[in-house]
Write a protein that binds this ligand. Structure first.
Ligand code: ADP
Ligand code: MG
Length: 277
């Protein structure tokens, strides 16, 4: 496995308030933590707790109200810095969009060739290699509409990875997939992670998924989102589906369920009180 020397993220006291002069929604409150180079970190938490907000701030799509985020020592988010999205932080969206008129391989190679970071030959070589690891060998010349949704999602991941980001940001990327397709996706993502050794930040509300994939799981509190609990996933890699029935997996899963449940109850009770007013 490739050991990452870059992709260190330091999050210092991040607070995000939407519409401070109007609705004043405190979405993320005083969040501080680090993500290590080459670490697979997952964030879980009840719906509306601020997961997507956090990812968007890190990606440079949303401004931050207070605090600072640095990647390898370079500030990428601070209140006075403006929005700074960059090729070092690539996002794989829940519903991606491949170019329907380009083949799988053309989709994958488009970015680096367009930006001039790679020659066509180099991009094709690298694209083919990543597609092979993602289980897409033989599908290079297919058009997106002729492959399954699970395959499309993998092409999107490969398309993000070919740009050699320092960090891969994923916001519930497999949410729309059925359970079987999802488990296939997990296998390929784990394989890719073992080979590329990139820092990954993976947001999900699926607790099984978070523990199966990640080195460390951050459980966020209900809104305003902040750190509730860390779960260290001390299950060795390479992992396969068999670990899901191991005692350790079930223990960690229970820990995550208890923590998220506690927060979900708080959110629910708050909602009930607001409705009763
Ligand atoms: P999650 O991804 O955990 O479900 P989000 O980060 O999407 O949560 O949202 C966190 C909170 O911020 C929610 O209460 C949501 O309604 C609110 N929110 C999200 N985007 C905006 C926005 N553009 N303006 C105002 N409030 C927002
Ligand atoms: Mg979200």
């Amino acid at each position: 496995m490739k050991r990452a020397s870059e992709g260190h993220v330091s999050i210092d006291n991040i607070t995000k308030i939407y519409d401070p002069l109007g609705a004043n929604v405190l979405a993320v409150d005083k969040c501080s933590f680090e993500i290590n180079p080459g670490e697979f970190m997952a964030i879980v938490g009840p719906s509306g707790c601020g997961k997507t907000t956090f990812l968007n701030v890190l990606a440079g799509f949303e401004s931050v109200t207070r605090g600072e985020i640095c990647v390898d020592g370079e500030c990428v988010a601070a209140p006075d810095k403006g929005l700074r999205p960059g090729p070092d932080r690539v996002v794989v969206f829940q519903m991606g969009a491949l170019f329907p008129w380009k083949t799988v391989l053309e989709n994958v190679c488009f970015g680096p060739v367009m930006q001039g970071t790679m020659g066509k030959k180099e991009a094709v070589g690298k694209g083919e290699e990543l597609l092979r690891i993602a289980g897409l060998e033989g599908f290079e010349n297919e058009y997106p509409m002729n492959i399954s949704s699970g395959m499309q999602r993998r092409v999107e991941i490969v398309r993000a990875l070919i740009n050699e980001p320092k960090i891969l940001l994923m916001d519930e990327p497999f949410r729309a997939l059925d359970a079987m397709t999802k488990s296939v996706m997990h296998k390929y993502l784990l394989d890719l992670f073992d080979v590329i050794g990139k820092t990954i930040l993976f947001i999900t509300h699926d607790l099984d998924e978070s523990i199966y994939l990640a080195d460390r799981v951050l459980v966020m509190t209900t809104r305003p989102g902040t750190v509730k609990k860390w779960i260290d996933v001390d299950i060795p890699r390479p992992r396969d589906i068999g670990v899901k029935v191991s005692d350790r997996f079930l223990e960690l899963r229970q820990e995550a369920i208890d923590a998220v449940h506690e927060e979900a109850l708080k959110a629910f009770e708050r909602g009930e009180r607001e409705l009763a007013r």
